[in-house]
Each structure stands twice: as C-alpha cells, then as structure tokens.
Design a protein around this ligand. Structure first.
Ligand SMILES: Nc1ncnc2c1ncn2[C@@H]1O[C@H](COP(=O)(O)OP(=O)(O)O)[C@@H](O)[C@H]1O
Ligand code: SF4
Ligand SMILES: [Mg+2]
Length: 322
C-alpha cells in the first residue's frame, strides 16, 4: 500500500541549530501513528512541519514531505494554506486556547468551512450534524451558540477535533490532545479519535506521553530522542520487545500500579546544537560501549523495526541512513 503521508530524510533547524535530523516516517490510510519521547525531543516541531505551521525562525533544511503525490516542501504558501484544514488538520494540546475567544463556535465552524469550500450555511450545518453525534457531542444548538470559555476543557477539545474534521481531512495530527484533561475527558477524547478512524478511515498522527494511550489506540510508534527517530515499528513490537535502550527505559518508566515502584530515566537529554561525536544517548545508556562515544550510530532495519543504535548494526538486515 502506498502511504498517504511520508517524510524522507526530513531535517529542520531553528536559526543555526539543527533540531530534526533525517526523519523518515510514513502513515497509511486509516492508520494511527503514535509519536513518543521526552519533552524537548522535537515531537511538536515534527508535527508542525507536516502541517506547514513552523514558526518564522524555522527552516526545512533538507528532505521531503509527500502527501500522496505532492511534496509539501516544494509548495507555495497559498497551496499549503489550501491543504491545511482540508487535507491535513491539526488538534493542539489545548484547543480551547486555539479557538478564538470572541467568536461563537458556530461562527468559527462557518469560517473554517468557507475558507476551503464553496459551501452554503445549510450544508455546513449538515456536516456539523453528521460529525457532532459521532463524537458524542450532544445538544448541538447549545454548543454552536457558545463561546469557548463557556465549555469545559474536555468539551472544547472535542469541539477542536470536530472543527479539525469539518472538511473531512484524510489526516489529523494531534499534539498531546489529552494531556491537559482529567482522566474522564482523556478517555472521551481517545474514544473520539478512534471513532474518526473507524467511521471516516481518517489517518491520525498523535503525540502522547501516555503509554496507556499508545497501547490502547495506535498501530505503530515512532520513538524520538534529541531530534531523531531512534526506534520505529509496530506497537506490538515496540511494547513487547523494545530494541533501543531508550525505548526500553521509556517503557520501564511507565507508571504501573502493580509494580508500585517508580522508575525514572537517569540523566538529562543533551542540548541541541552541541557538537556530538557519538550517540546522543550515550551518557544515559546502560548498554553503551566504546564506539558509542566516538561514532554516531546508523539507522538500520532489524526484526521488522527501524533502530538507531550500534547494538544492531552487525545484526541488521539493511543500513538505512548513516
Ligand atoms: N520557536 C522556536 N525557536 C527556537 N527553538 C525552538 C522553538 N520551538 C522549539 N524549539 C526548540 O526545539 C527543541 C524541540 O522542541 P519541541 O519540538 O517543542 O519538542 P517536544 O514537542 O518534543 O517537547 C527544543 O529544544 C525547543 O527548545
Ligand atoms: S548506540 Fe550505544 S549509547 Fe547509543 S543507545 Fe545504542 S548502545 Fe546506547
Ligand atoms: Mg511538544
């Protein structure tokens, strides 16, 4: 199957500081990809680059972002504006804050639909009436007449998802959509996203800190560390037999009521822009060896996953990027 969205060796900098290095991820129709990794590893930068919402000091240095047959890196601002919201939409951590505070929900839905389609108010309302019940937003009239501050955090987040769905995009990007919510609202948002995939075959790329969400909803996982994807594979493989020492520690550090003891990953992530001679994880790794200090590991494919670690170079089927 040809992926619906695919990055090839994507590199992004802020000013002179390289942040994302050679990112290769892809997603098929109806698939859910989870992106995990510590704060500051470049997850939001990656998502913003996919939807062309990078800040003005950022630059795509190299690489491609293929949306079906179009390379988004080569499109004009106007062409990208047309794609954003129509073919790819993004949901932020706190949709309430990204909704306009002084316009009703209804007005914001009308404006968003009309920006992309020649569509009447009646047809927009028909779309709203189709989407809202699917994500358990009842009392449509009341919600449409409300301002964002009149709705709860969980409700605003689901309104944000409904708004992102309005033009029936093929891909939704979600940047920690549950982390600002209480547990009940988190579960509703996760169920909402799952229904979109089931009912509309929407592909979803989702950043999350929550390994529970990963094991419940995603199909595959990209683990990011210091601007690189250090492990990439199916959820089953990543959870059951993580290869990269960082992924192993990340899974071990997931709170587990049965184990009762909390495990933290020792040390701190390296600063971006510092010249590295070896692996960025070396100071924190429990499996490091001599060459980890002097050689940057290559990314290889091993046992159905992609991994960036010296431990797998000799065992690998294929060297993907040096
Ligand atoms: N607008 C910006 N200008 C300069 N540096 C930035 C900007 N946004 C993020 N960064 C830096 O890029 C790195 C990755 O950030 P980010 O993509 O937000 O990571 P994550 O989402 O994984 O927490 C961090 O070191 C952060 O400080
Ligand atoms: S390359 Fe070396 S330091 Fe880096 S993760 Fe692998 S074993 Fe650890
Ligand atoms: Mg982020």
């Amino acid at each position: 199957m040809k992926p619906i969205l695919e990055t090839k060796d994507l590199c992004v900098s802020y000013g002179n500081t390289k942040i994302l290095e050679n990112i290769n991820i892809s997603i098929n129709k109806g698939e859910i990809l989870g992106i995990v990794g510590e704060s500051g590893s470049g997850k939001s930068t990656l998502l913003k680059s996919l939807v062309s919402l990078l800040p003005s000091n950022a630059k795509i240095e190299h690489g491609n972002i293929f949306l079906e047959n179009k390379d988004l890196v080569k499109l004009s601002k106007e062409e990208l504006r047309q794609i954003r919201g129509k073919e790819i939409s993004i949901v932020f951590q706190n949709s309430g804050a990204s909704l306009c505070p002084i316009r009703t929900i209804e007005k914001q839905f009308m404006e968003s639909a009309k920006a992309h389609q020649d569509i009447s108010d009646e047809d927009i309302r028909k779309s709203i009436d189709e989407i809202f019940p699917k994500i358990h937003l009842k009392d449509v009239d009341r919600i449409l007449k409300s301002y964002p501050f009149e709705l709860s955090g969980g409700m605003n987040q689901r309104v944000g998802i409904a708004l992102a769905m309005l033009n029936k995009p093929s891909i939704i990007l979600a940047d920690e959509p549950t982390s600002a919510l209480d547990v009940t609202a988190q579960a509703q948002v996760v169920k909402t996203l799952m229904r979109l995939r089931d009912d509309f075959n929407t592909s979803i790329i989702m950043i999350t800190h929550n390994m529970g969400v990963v094991s419940y909803m995603v199909d595959k996982v990209a683990v990011m560390y210091n601007g690189r994807v250090v492990e990439y594979g199916s959820k089953k493989d990543i959870i059951n037999r993580p290869l990269h020492p960082y992924t192993q520690m990340l899974i071990k550090s997931t709170p587990n009521m049965k184990k009762g003891k909390l495990y933290g990953i020792p040390g701190k992530a390296p600063v971006f822009g510092d010249a590295k001679r070896g692996c960025a994880f070396v100071d924190r790794c429990n499996k490091s060896m001599g060459k980890c200090y002097t050689e940057i590991p290559s990314t290889v494919s091993y046992d159905n996953s992609i991994v960036n670690c010296h431990l797998y170079k000799e065992l690998a089927e294929e060297e993907i990027i040096v």
